[in-house]
Design a protein. Sequence first.
Lengths: 660, 142
Amino acid sequence: MIAEIGLAALWLAAALAVLQMVSGGFALRSAAGEVNPLSIYARPAAVVQAFLAVLAFMMLLWAFAVSDLSIKLVANNSHSMKPFIYKLSGTWGNHEGSMLLWVGVLALSGGLLAAFERRLPERTMGATLAVQGFVALGFYAFLLLSSNPFERLPVPAIEGVGLNPLLQDIGLAIHPPTLYAGYVGLSVAFSLAMGALLTNQVNPAFARVMRPWVLGAWVLLTLGITAGSYWAYYELGWGGWWFWDPVENASLMPWLAATALMHSVAVLAARDALRTWTIMLGVLAFSMSMLGTFLVRSGVLTSVHAFAVDPERGAFILGLLGLYIGGAFTIFALRAGAVAEGKRFAVSSREGALVFNNVMLSAILAIVLLGTLYPLVTEAFDVRVSVGPPYFNPAAAIFAIPMFLVMAVGPLLRWKEDKPARLQFEVSLIAAVLISAIALVSFVGDIPFLPLLGLGLAAALAVAAVLPLRGRKLARVPVATWGMVLAHFGVAVSLFGMACEGAFTQERLAAVAPGGTEQVGDFSVTLQSVSPVAGPNWTAIEARMAVSRAGGEPVMLAPQARNFWSPAQATSESALLTRWDGQLYVVMGNQAEDGRWQIRVWWKPFVTFIWYGGILIALGGMLAVAGRVRVDVKRRAAVKMGDARRADLEALNPAPVPAE
Amino acid sequence: MIRALFAVILALVAVPLAAQDTMPPAPYAYNQLDDPRLEAEAAALMHTLRCLKCQSQSIADSDAPMAGDMRHQVRSRIQAGESPEAIRAWLIARYGDYVSYNPTVSASTWPLFAIPVLLILIVAAVLLRRLGKRRSDTEDAA
């Protein structure tokens, strides 16, 4: 029954998406100020559709929780002996389940928009909901026609196949849902942008409606990417935290677009400038989300994350992608001319700096897009090339370095127009920090160019991030400004971690007999014993290693080489020793013929700062959302009070009846 | 000359070693070179070579046996005094461009380099148009 309820809910949700689309479309045909009688169904349809889509997802979650092996998806991806948490997270550890999660979040965000957003004109809202329904419909069709998650087996399986052991980790419970929520949150930004474009309502009021969605999606994307990077770092067993893997790039591209969009929306809300930019970035951001979904889900890439290989599905998503992105850019091309240009500003103004950085972010996005898609294009012509870090790092740095420099100064500039001379002190302070940090670090040792520059920029950005607070009463600084300061500081922290990891990592690979000691940095690692251990669905060889820093008190670490038996696969479980100034990363390898054990040890100074920075950036985003919402609630309360007072006054002094 | 000879001998020794399919065919798969400078050279090179049996991983990030063999090749050739770029060229000759993460300008990769140059021009044009025009406008207004 469970599966049938889920399937029925999905079909009904698809039908409601049609209703939402058509009814929302009728709103466009109503004259200003009037309500078309057919347009009133869009909001309820969106809300009920959200309920049904979430219900369908819950049903699948339930089927995985109880390991209902008569459902094909559960039988293929779960196992009765798997720990409960991985049974649950396994729901989206496969193609159909993750697409259902995607659609569920899409419908949920559409429902929230429909239920709570009352500030926009009804026509714009109708158009927005119509677009949202249209997008949802495509993905319902994809699920129902080519990847039905609720398909039953003719005969229930006796036992499930199990989940890829690399995915049997708490990371799977956090990373995909956060990332998907971010991807899909951008769908609302997309629909709002299209709605505003269709009804010619690109103005600050619209930007204020769009801003929390963009910020929220951006926060979730930031957290999702941070979590994914840390997961890959500790799970894959070689200490790498970013591989420029196409799947990672697929999550980075929407983030880059969303970062640009967020800044652009802020300018539109505050200054009524950058109207077409904001619309274009809104379309771009969700296009990148869909492109990412296509890359991962279609199986065009064969990489660690891509667990779906099915050309039919690929063609379906590619069709959807062409329809939505092509359609959106066509509407953009046709309507953008009608959007009046916003307010003007000088080069040396905060808007000017933001425009510069949005262009830089877009250029980095273009580089990542090129490097990700190019190998796929040549592969179609039977030429296989690889594009990796030696290409991405310098190519992205060309645009990232000027961006960071402008980012240091931008928040100090005034809106509209500013005199650079006013910032003489700040600019020379930032430049001094930059130059002295680089000089100091290059004095310490021979460090590659990019990490060296990264360290200098990190120091300069950290100082620059707090400069906007200079000379202000800290208690009176708006919450959103604190958010900006925190997020910009987070960028500096993250950059510092990346540069340190690149410049100072120490590696030791060795074959060690029990009792033997290896030295890495100022740590000595002693292999004390090796023993077999067993878990719920794996067996492992566990090493016990005593790690002591500079002769201090030893700490025990226990890395494992695990063998899962369903599906049969070996993984290495790294052991981490976290200190404030870095992480010691220990991995257990195979036994050599002479009886010694292979171990791999890395000391990675300040590597944790990469993810601390990511968390700070996300926290900054959250503060910005909280600050904006608080101001908005206050403003609404004030307007309400003003209205009530006016009504009272009118009731006391009735207006004179105009003479006939 | 002696170095080259040594490399040939080492390669001859390495080939039969790699041909045995049992556990330690490749001593340098999981062991570092003694000279830290050479090891750093090898590590930098290994991070830019693709593991052909894996999915988007470099040979420095993989447990696959083939990645181990390739690491051994890289380390022993570096040990023998070959330059990293010579080793890369040797691997490309053997496995094709696909093995190197560091694309170089060639008939099949020129767009990877032409497009960023074009991009810089586009970025400059967009910035001049959006920001350059503003200045003259404000000057007109003033």
